[in-house]
Design a protein. Structure first.
Length: 110
């Protein structure tokens, strides 16, 4: 992997993959936290506990748009790099980048 473009392609691919996964994890965390709060409410939990859990929920909810924004930027950068480096088409890194972009599309804003 002596070509520095391959190294950059690998790095950018990893960033898109990580941010896509991170966004999915935060979205699951929001659902889990909402369920936890609902359960605490039905059990008649202490107000202080409920407020703290609501804070955790708000933090998770704030992370989703942040991840989405960073993912969109990284997705755009990787897409641009793939367009500019078509002579690397035969490399494993290029193929991996294309696959990661395809997988990440579901996590982009519509």
């Amino acid at each position: 992997m002596s070509d520095p473009r391959l190294r950059q392609l690998t790095i950018k691919t990893g960033v898109v993959k990580r941010l896509s996964k991170e966004k999915t994890v935060y979205e699951k965390e929001v659902v889990t936290q909402r369920n936890r709060i609902d359960k605490l409410k039905t059990e008649g939990a202490d107000d202080h506990v409920l407020r703290k859990q609501e804070e955790v929920l708000q933090e998770s909810m704030m992370m989703v748009p942040d991840c989405q924004r960073r993912l969109a930027k990284a997705f755009e950068e990787l897409t641009e790099m793939i367009k500019n480096e078509e002579e690397l088409k035969e490399s494993d890194q290029y193929k991996a980048a294309v696959a990661v972009l395809e997988d990440a599309k579901v996590n982009l804003p519509h």
